[in-house]
Write a protein that binds this ligand. Structure first.
Ligand SMILES: Nc1ncnc2c1ncn2[C@@H]1O[C@H](COP(=O)(O)OP(=O)(O)OP(=O)(O)O)[C@@H](O)[C@H]1O
Ligand SMILES: [Mg+2]
Length: 224
């Protein structure tokens, strides 16, 4: 995980990313704390970036951070955060489990995970676009107003629940892996995501910044 080496260029990119994010979601009197992370396709780096960004935020900001694994099809935040989940979001939605009792400590101060939950969910779209999900997101926003909630999701071009979730989020970060997503697809994602995209994270770029070029390196990348 990148933040094992806080002096690395990758860790520095995450610092820049989180600073931009915090600035974008904070304005006098408002804190737009629910941020969705998605991408057009599978494997572009959403979950890895969610985990690293969460760690970076928890380590250096006053805010507490909650990662919500809303990828009920292919949950992986628990792996990146190295925890063993039992219950989670799907159990809250399907069985009315209290969110507080599903949260898992990550071992990193100020960072908790709401795992995806139940091993197999037959109806992720139905669950995530339900009124229960809407209520749960509202409840989380009210119950944890000073937390940043990073919501990991399935790819938006493939699954309708991500579009429904973007409706409930304050803003969206779109991960674009080099060579995996065309400009046309980026545009399509932005429309599907209700024009809530705050910015793009350009991941796994072949452009490797040197110390000299570093000041001009605007995008964020990450490495395990
Ligand atoms: N910048 C990077 N450098 C090297 N490997 C990366 C990078 N970003 C992601 N990966 C690797 O790519 C794979 C996919 O990453 P990740 O699980 O974060 O993607 P995802 O967008 O969440 O995929 P899915 O849609 O299937 O959930 C993982 O093996 C991850 O370790
Ligand atoms: Mg993922």
């Amino acid at each position: 995980m990148v933040l094992k080496n806080p002096a690395s260029l990758e860790a520095e990119e995450f610092r820049k990313l989180k600073e931009s994010l915090v600035k974008a979601i904070t304005s006098p009197g408002t804190f737009n704390n629910i941020v969705l992370i998605t991408s057009a396709h599978h494997g572009e780096g959403k979950s890895l970036i969610t985990a690293n960004l969460a760690i970076s935020l928890a380590q250096e900001y006053d805010h507490t951070v909650m990662v919500v694994d809303a990828d009920l099809r292919l949950p992986s935040c628990h792996r990146y955060l190295d925890v063993k989940p039992e219950k989670g979001l799907a159990d809250c939605l399907a069985e009315g489990l209290d969110v507080g009792s599903a949260l898992v400590k990550t071992g990193i101060p100020k960072l908790v995970l709401l795992p995806a939950g139940k091993k197999t969910v037959k109806n992720p779209l139905e669950l995530l676009s339900s009124n229960s999900m809407r209520r749960l997101m509202t409840e989380m926003k009210q119950r944890y107003p000073d937390r940043i909630l990073l919501v990991d999701t399935p790819p938006v071009l493939l699954f309708a629940e991500t579009r429904a979730l973007s409706d409930l989020a304050d803003s969206v970060v779109l991960v674009v892996r080099e060579g995996e997503c065309s400009l046309e697809e980026v545009r399509e994602c932005m429309t599907l995501l209700n024009n809530k995209v705050l910015g793009l994270v350009y991941n796994a770029t072949s452009y490797a910044p040197t110390a000299a070029s570093y000041a001009d390196y605007d995008y964020s990348s990450c490495l395990e």
